[in-house]
Design a protein around this ligand. Structure first.
Ligand code: FRU
Length: 505
């Protein structure tokens, strides 16, 4: 009971704090600018869904780590899993485990093989590949029409691909290949288009390395298509490092990237890369789908996002807009932090107030409990100790009242029969309607002596009165008061008063 009372304030405080209802695990394969944008979009959208809470885990390009992180989400029994798999086949088993464990799974951006997932939201990677092909063909046609071009001139495309096991890399490559294959023989020319692929694994550093290696062992390509902007920048830096792209305009090699977020837009406006294909992350749509799934509302199972080409004309205003938004967001963030701080202060105040009220109630309960306990104790004590004592006292009073009445009656009888020779123990017992034993006990209790002694005492007192108030002789008095002879009277008198009856004064 006492423990419960002490816990009461905490319970009250806990009850007043609002807890999100749904826990969502987010498993990201990487942590680059594009992923951070996606996470940010999700968190922002979450402001509209206060009943959901995200836990982020990043696999840093490791399939094993990502599987382990998904398994930990399964163990924690998250209500929903959002996963952007590093490689489709390798991460599939963990995604399947989550799905089979009854956890709804939203696959974002990169797909997993099979269909054991709840919803997919991601870009149109095949179309991205086709946009690359379109751009390459345009470049090829431009070269075809220049004076340097001979029927035997070949056209080389260097493709810097993403991680081969990830679906965007596979589909972008496919789109590119099939797009290039659609060139008619007359468009292709005699030299044709040659495609060389190197693997940059989605990283800028990876692209820098493989492009550098390529450049040391191959003639310069005509164009470079990178599967994302980061690798496009890596390729540009590799070219720059080889001091090839800066020699003159004719030697500069056009580069195309994919994504169209800040680093890519910046690289385009700086002239490092020529263009990019947009690739949306749409974290907001992912959260909206999650909310629909969790609230059992209708949702689209397979959402494929549009992609468009951005050249410098489009990239520049977009970058400016993006920078302005970033500034606004920063201001918003400051305001948000301030509001949160104020809210926390308010909450703290509330908590203090609630704790205070709770403590007050606990104190009240303790005091009440103490009062009730004391009263209960008092009642028990009264019942067990005081009441019997009271009853005893009352009984004693009654007894003493009875004794008084008895003494009065007995005294009266004795006084009335002092001169009656029949007055003895039997006679008194008969008069008082008591047995010999009862008479002895009661006379003893009210006079402190036996009935015979009492009768004798009363006769001696009467005799003394007569001695002092009358002229009666000792003989007459002894006879009057029924003593057997004057000698016996004298003896009894002397014993009682301490002097002889003849010593009248
Ligand atoms: C980000 C990223 C993007 C790319 C996408 C493909 O991690 O590499 O640059 O478009 O993933 O999944």
């Amino acid at each position: 009971m006492k423990k419960f009372l002490l816990l009461l304030p905490l319970v009250l405080v806990a009850c007043t704090a609002r807890q999100p209802q749904f826990r969502i695990g987010v498993s990201q394969c990487l942590d680059d600018a594009w992923r951070q944008k996606m996470n940010y979009e999700m968190e922002r959208e979450l402001l509209l869904h206060p009943d959901m809470h995200l836990t982020h885990r990043i696999a840093y390009g490791s399939n094993e780590l990502q599987c382990a992180q998904i398994d930990s989400f399964i163990r924690e029994r998250v209500d929903l899993l959002i996963v952007s798999p590093n490689e489709a086949e390798q991460v599939k088993p963990a995604v399947t485990r989550a799905f089979r464990a009854g956890i709804p799974v939203i696959v974002a951006d990169r797909r997993v093989t099979g269909d054991e997932w709840t919803a997919f939201i991601g870009g149109d990677n095949y179309k991205v590949g086709q946009l690359m092909a379109k751009w390459v063909i345009k470049k090829y046609q431009n070269k075809h029409h220049t004076s340097h071009f001979t029927p035997h001139t070949s056209f080389t495309v260097l493709e810097v691909a993403g991680l081969p096991g990830s679906t965007p890399a596979t589909l972008r490559h496919k789109g590119l290949m099939e797009g290039l294959a659609s060139l008619s023989p007359s468009e292709r020319g005699v030299g044709g288009v040659t495609l060389h692929s190197v693997m940059g694994s989605w990283y800028k550093e990876g692209a820098y390395q493989v492009v550098t290696d390529y450049l040391t062992s191959h003639p310069l390509p005509d164009v470079i298509v990178a599967h994302n902007d980061l690798m496009a920048i890596g390729a540009a830096e590799a070219l720059e490092n080889c001091q090839l792209s800066i020699l003159n305009d004719q030697l500069s090699i056009p580069i195309m990237g994919v994504d169209g977020i800040r680093p890519g837009l910046q690289a385009i406006t700086e002239g490092k890369i020529e263009c990019t294909a947009t690739y949306s992350s749409r974290g907001d749509m992912i959260i909206d789908a999650a909310s629909r799934i969790l609230h059992h509302q209708p949702f689209v199972r397979d959402t494929v996002l549009e992609t468009v080409m951005l050249d410098v004309e489009a990239a520049y205003p977009m970058l400016k807009q993006d920078e302005a938004i970033a500034r606004d967001l920063e201001t918003l963030h400051i305001v948000q932090v301030q509001t949160q701080t104020q809210w926390k202060q308010l909450q703290n105040g509330r908590i203090v107030l609630i704790s205070f009220i709770a403590a007050f109630f606990v104190l009240l309960i303790v005091v009440l409990a103490f009062i009730i306990r004391t009263q209960f104790k008092l009642q028990t004590e009264i019942k067990s100790d005081i009441l019997p004592q009271l009853e005893e006292v009352q009984e004693a009073i009654q007894v003493s009242r009875k004794d008084e009445a008895f003494a009065e009656r007995m005294k009266q009888i004795v006084e009335d029969h002092l001169s009656d020779p029949n007055l003895n123990v039997e006679y008194l017992g008969t008069m008082l309607q008591l047995s010999r034993t009862q008479l002895f006990r009661r006379v003893k209790s009210v006079t402190g002596k036996g009935p015979l002694d009492y009768i004798r005492e009363r006769r001696l007192i009467k005799a003394d009165q007569l001695l002092h108030t009358t002229d009666m002789t000792i003989q007459q008095i002894s006879l009057e008061l029924c003593f057997s002879n004057p000698g016996y009277f004298t003896k009894c008198y002397k014993e009682y008063f301490g002097h002889l009856p003849s010593d009248r004064s």
